[in-house]
Design a protein. Structure first.
Length: 285
């Protein structure tokens, strides 16, 4: 019996789909420490983060985009493309600019029937609240602890597949007192307690989930935005289901967060994305 080439292609496609669905995780949670410069983190007492690092895959040498600003960086973080593509080059809420129209991790997850949520502490995140892409969107000028409490409660009750949580405390302290200042170190330590609440929620859910912890930028003196290492170096940490305990030695960019998130959820990323799945952080990948 002879089989035509298209038959084998069809069978291979079916097998690939089943394999992707079988490996798909139940949820991914991304926590972004706004202004989370690795040098500042190293000076802080952060027992929750330290334990996550000891159990997960991590690097302190990941890189954000240029300009190293909150809105452009977070846009790359959720779209998998550079600023030259997404064109979000400003850094505040501008109603006349409208909402993001290119695909985000939220858009693509919703297209697969998944539940999504974004908990932010800055108004500029309103640019990401495109209709029918987020089941839950909230932004208010709040502390990390306040936003973590709301996010943890929603996570427990609604069981979203994709959750994004934004902590602003370190950035706020950095602009007021300076990066690596005692005040910023204290802000990071308070944010670590907030992170603990999210980690507890993840553990108690008993779902197959991955937590990705990263930042949008670092800082120098009381500002950021340059292409210096102080401004562009960020942490990138993965912890949870199928994560391989290791210190990652490969280059990682903020666009890789988007690609990794989609891969873990069993979703193919758009062909124009520059971000890549960080396979070295996971077992059997």
């Amino acid at each position: 019996m002879k089989f035509k080439p298209f038959y084998f292609l069809f069978v291979f496609s079916i097998i690939s789909v089943f394999r992707l669905n079988a490996e798909r995780q139940e949820c991914v949670m991304i926590v972004s420490f706004d202004g989370g410069k690795p040098a500042s983190i190293h000076k802080a007492k952060m027992p929750v983060l330290s334990k996550i690092v000891s159990e997960g895959a991590f690097t302190w040498k990941a890189e954000t985009i240029f300009p190293s600003l909150t809105l452009p960086s977070h846009t790359s973080m959720i779209t998998g493309v550079e600023p030259s593509v997404h064109r979000f080059l400003w850094n505040d809420w501008r109603e006349e600019k409208g909402l993001i129209t290119i695909p985000t991790i939220f858009t693509l997850a919703k297209n697969e029937g998944m539940k999504t949520a974004l908990f932010a502490t800055k108004q500029k995140f309103r640019h990401f609240n495109t209709p029918q892409t987020l089941d839950k969107f909230t932004y208010f000028d709040r502390t990390s602890q306040q936003i973590a409490t709301e996010a943890a409660s929603y996570f427990k009750e609604e069981k979203p597949n994709l959750t994004f949580v934004h902590f602003q405390d370190a950035d706020k302290a950095g602009h007021k007192f300076g990066w690596e200042s005692p005040e910023q170190i204290q802000a990071l330590e308070e944010s670590d307690k907030a992170l603990g609440e999210l980690v507890t929620a993840l553990k108690e859910s008993k779902r197959n989930c991955t937590l990705i912890i990263t930042a949008d930028h670092g800082g120098t003196a009381k500002g950021h935005g340059s292409n210096s290492a102080d401004d562009t170096n960020i942490p990138w940490i993965a912890w949870g289901y199928k994560v391989e305990k290791s210190e990652l030695q490969i280059p990682i960019k903020t666009t890789d967060t988007a690609a990794t998130t989609l891969h873990l959820l069993g979703i193919s990323e758009p062909s124009n994305w520059s971000g890549h799945f960080v396979k070295e952080a996971f077992k059997n990948e």
